[in-house]
Write a protein that binds this ligand. Structure first.
Ligand SMILES: [Zn+2]
Ligand SMILES: [Zn+2]
Length: 240
């Protein structure tokens, strides 16, 4: 971590840009290749919407995701600056809080993020904000793995907001935060697969690609990210 923090600013931002872009290509590209290209016929019956999105949609999804990556790189640069100057509740030795806390902190991050995600998502569906912040993501009515981070820049900033909340509220180890961020990327891509995999639903309140597909088709329901309990509690859950 010290080595990363000692890299000059502009180089650090460029490095973040390269790493995030590479990670996006892998995390979105592999399932896309697997489901939409190689397994196009094999998984036909699992496709949630019959039509296969055209190339124009994919280009748009990638274009806005790359814009999100530029914004995220600036954000992470700023978070590393805070870390370097010890403004946050970071700790470096896992033994300081123990391994049980290390794993618990990841669970707490997920629960905090799920609440943050549900309520900010409800907020940007308000008629005053929707067209300026969130309409762009809803242009992709038939989502693909490339669309998970296809946001308007204002929505990219809003989604990034959970990281400083975590950094300033709970004691966090950089490995726990890295695991949490990786999970965000993987899970957000998972719910945008556009394909239904019941075997990947391991518990009742888990949010799935099928649930999120409902949200892309009818934006009154299913605002959740990892779980559906906020939707069930607030009466916004719709089981297709
Ligand atoms: Zn979505
Ligand atoms: Zn929405």
């Amino acid at each position: 971590m010290e080595t990363v923090l000692s890299i000059p600013s502009i180089l650090l931002w460029l490095l973040l840009l390269v790493v995030l872009t590479f990670r996006y290509i892998i995390v979105a590209g592999l399932p896309y290749l697997w489901l939409f290209v190689i397994g196009k016929n094999k998984y036909k019956t699992r496709k949630l919407q019959k039509e296969i999105p055209n190339k124009g949609q994919i280009v748009e999804e990638v274009k806005f995701s790359l814009l999100t990556i530029c914004i995220y790189s600036c954000g992470i640069w700023l978070f590393l600056y805070w870390l370097k100057h010890d403004y946050t509740r970071n700790y470096t030795d896992i033994n300081e809080y123990g391994w049980a806390y290390f794993f618990l902190s990841i669970v707490v991050m997920i629960i905090m993020h799920d609440a943050y995600s549900y309520w900010t998502h409800r907020l940007i569906h308000h008629k005053i904000l929707f067209k300026y912040v969130h309409a762009l993501h809803h242009k992709f009515k038939n989502p693909t793995p490339w669309s998970a981070f296809a946001f308007h820049p204002l929505e990219s900033l809003l989604t990034l907001g959970i990281i400083p909340i975590v950094m300033f509220i709970i004691p966090w180890h950089h490995t726990a935060l890295t695991i949490f961020i990786t999970l965000i990327i993987v899970y957000d891509t998972f719910i945008h697969l556009g394909y239904n995999f019941e075997q990947l639903k391991v518990f009742k309140w888990q949010n799935t690609p099928k649930d999120h597909d409902v949200h892309h088709r009818n934006s009154k329901y299913n605002f959740g990210l990892y779980f559906t309990y906020w939707d069930r509690l607030m009466g916004t859950y719709f089981k297709d």
